[in-house]
Structure formats: C-alpha cells, structure tokens
Design a protein around this ligand. Structure first.
Ligand code: MRU
Length: 355
C-alpha cells in the first residue's frame, strides 16, 4: 500500500470504526461505519475484515468502541463494558492468535490504568491504546518488509496464497509487505496469486491491492502451482500466517501446506512472513493449533449460486498447518528466524519483550 493510497483497510473515527467491506471487493469499494461491539464481532465472523493482524486491529477498535460508548459513570462500570467486549470478540475466529494478542494487550492496558483512572480517563486511555495498535502494526510491517528484501531475487516470480497484504493488516502487509519493500528497493517482481478457494482472497483481494499499487500480478487457480513449479516458473513461495507454534509449525489459509510440500519437491524456498504477535510460544506445535471450521455454504455456493448438488454438504476447514521442516525461514520485524525454530523464535520473542 503506497503512502498516498486512496483507500484503507480500517480506521477509527469519532462516529466509530470504519472498515472497507472485503466481501464486496473487487467489484465495490464500500466502507462500513460500525456502531456496536456486536457489529464489529459480526464483521470479523463474516469476513468483512480478515487476515490475522487486521483482525487484531479490528478487535482493538471494537474494544475502544465499547469504552467510548460506555455510559457507566464509574470505573468499575467501564471495566465491565470493556470486559464484555473482550469476551464477545474472543469467540469470533479461533485460529488467528493475533486476535487474542490484541485482546490481552487491551486488557492489560486497562488493568494498568484502573488504579488511577476516572471513568472518562479510562475511556480515553483505551481509545488511545487501540490507535497505537493500528499505528504499530504499520510500522511493524514496514520493518518486517525490509527484513525480507534480501530473500527476493531480482526478477523473482513469487507465488503467494490467500491475502497477506495491506488488506490483512492496518497497512503495507506481511507477505505482500515483503513484496512491496522489495519493489521499493528496486527489485522487479511478478506475483502469482493463488485464487484461494473458497473466499477467493487471492483473486479478489491480493490481485486488487497489488494492481492498485502497479505491482505485476497474475491469478492462478489453487491447482496450478505444481505444474508451474515443475516448469521452473516459480522462484519463491511467500505466505503469511495466522499462528506460528513454538516449534515453527505454521497455520495459514487452507491450501498453504500443499504449496510447501510442492516447494520442497522442486527445491523452491518457502518463506512465511509474520509479525511476532503471530508467534504463539504457548502453543507447542501445529497439532495444538485450533483450526476454524466454517459454514458449508461458503464452499457449496458462490455469490448466492449453488455449485454443489442440493443436499450435499461441504467439509470446510479454513486453515492448514505447514510443518516447520518445510519452512525455509520466518520473516519477522526482528529478522528472519531459521531452524531450529524452537530456539530462534524464542530468542526473537525474548528480544522483543526486553525492548
Ligand atoms: O480467513 P482469512 O482471510 O482471515 O485468512 C487469512 C490468512 O490466512 C492470511 O494468510 C493470514 O491471516 C496472514 S495475514 C497477514
């Protein structure tokens, strides 16, 4: 996302959070102003906004909205309204750990403020913290993007899956942040965007935001990667993540794992770009990552048109887990973690919490 971009993923206004409705892209650019925590929770559940860091930012704004709208006249009442918001937002999407990271960050800000707060000062403190979550997300992505530039060869054909771009964050993106930073550093690149069934984050969202930035992009169906890799048409696979376990196993959009297997077969580097807020040291490995199952209709229907026979249901896990052994490196805002990940990720997280 260029600094002079004429669109945004989400922002805070005094009327409430404003979100670009990602369900309607690329056909329509519609912004929704949300007026309640329940509206924000549904926006996250219904994929108005999606992508791990953007979900975290949306949750922070939802909590800010609860604080701003709280009619309580005492601190305990504002705390109760904030707590209710945290609980509702925590049951929206289970896989992206950034959601829980943001809720915990907002809660600890509240706990720190309470001893000396008035109801009004607590409301303002919570709004200010949410704004910081958004600002820091952009800074983190820019830093992460620069940290990844050297893995992008001149002329690289970069295969990506889902959307790990500005639309999945408060700006710049993670995997697409690396692409943008590489372009800013003078690398010519071409992005191959997997369509990403069933919500089509690749063909609708990744292609949209890269085209808006003038970065060359071609859309592929999810089944084309093996063929193109076998012909030497892919130089690098670069994806985002919803949760990275302590051992380096990576949960990301369903369809990521087969790309990693194919990349290994063809000797192609497979990189993950994720901020440290996506690293969950309390989850030991990929088997312990909760995998969201979504509605059957998201697979059996497309824009209201039935694709599968009536009466037939789809099985719809929304994420898969790529084992750490298939991951060449995990690009973070503190540098690139490499195997053994249990050590490199723990060291980067320790460095971050010490700073
Ligand atoms: O279901 P989604 O669209 O929220 O899934 C998003 C992804 O899988 C992204 O790759 C991931 O959140 C990283 S976004 C920087």
């Amino acid at each position: 996302m260029r600094d002079d971009a004429d669109w945004f993923t989400l922002l805070w206004t005094e009327d409430g959070p404003v979100l670009l409705d990602q369900r309607l892209l690329p056909g329509e650019e519609t912004y929704l102003t949300l007026h309640s925590v329940e509206e924000m929770a549904r926006a996250i559940e219904d994929l108005v906004i999606r992508g791990a860091p953007a979900i975290a930012c949306a949750a922070a704004l939802g909590i800010a909205l609860a604080a701003r709208r709280s009619e309580a006249t005492d601190v305990a009442g504002v705390v109760a309204d904030i707590e209710r918001a945290c609980e509702r937002l925590a049951v929206t999407r289970p896989t992206a750990v950034n959601l829980f990271w943001a809720i915990e960050r907002m809660r600890s800000c509240m706990r720190r403020a309470v001893p000396t707060a008035t109801a009004e000062s607590l409301r303002q403190t919570i709004v200010d913290e949410a704004l910081r979550v958004l600002e820091e997300d952009v800074v983190t992505n820019r830093t992460l993007g620069r940290a990844g530039v050297d893995i992008v060869p001149q002329g690289a054909r970069i295969l990506t899956h889902c959307n790990a771009g500005a639309l999945a964050t408060a700006g710049h993106g993670t995997a697409l942040g690396v692409v943008r930073s590489a372009v800013e550093a003078g690398r010519a690149v071409r992005v191959l965007a997997d369509e990403t069934r069933p919500f089509l984050q690749g063909s609708r969202l990744t292609a949209w935001e890269l085209a808006r930035d003038g970065i060359p992009v071609s859309v592929l169906t999810d089944s084309m990667a093996g063929h193109l890799m076998s012909r030497g048409e892919v130089d690098l696979v670069l994806v985002g993540a919803d949760r990275v376990a302590a051992n380096g196993d990576v949960a990301n959009k369903i369809g990521t794992y087969p790309l990693a297997v194919l990349a290994r077969e063809h000797g192609i580097p497979f990189y993950v770009a994720a901020p440290l807020s996506t690293v969950d040291l309390s989850t030991p490995d990929g088997a312990a990552i909760p995998i969201e199952e979504r509605r059957s209709e998201e697979v059996t229907e497309l824009a209201g048109t039935r694709l599968a026979p009536l009466g037939v249901e789809a099985w719809h896990p929304a994420f898969d887990v790529t084992p750490a052994r298939l991951v060449t490196g995990i690009i973070t805002e503190r540098g690139i973690a490499r195997a053994p990940y249990a050590e490199s990720l723990a060291a980067l997280c320790a460095e971050a919490s010490a700073s």
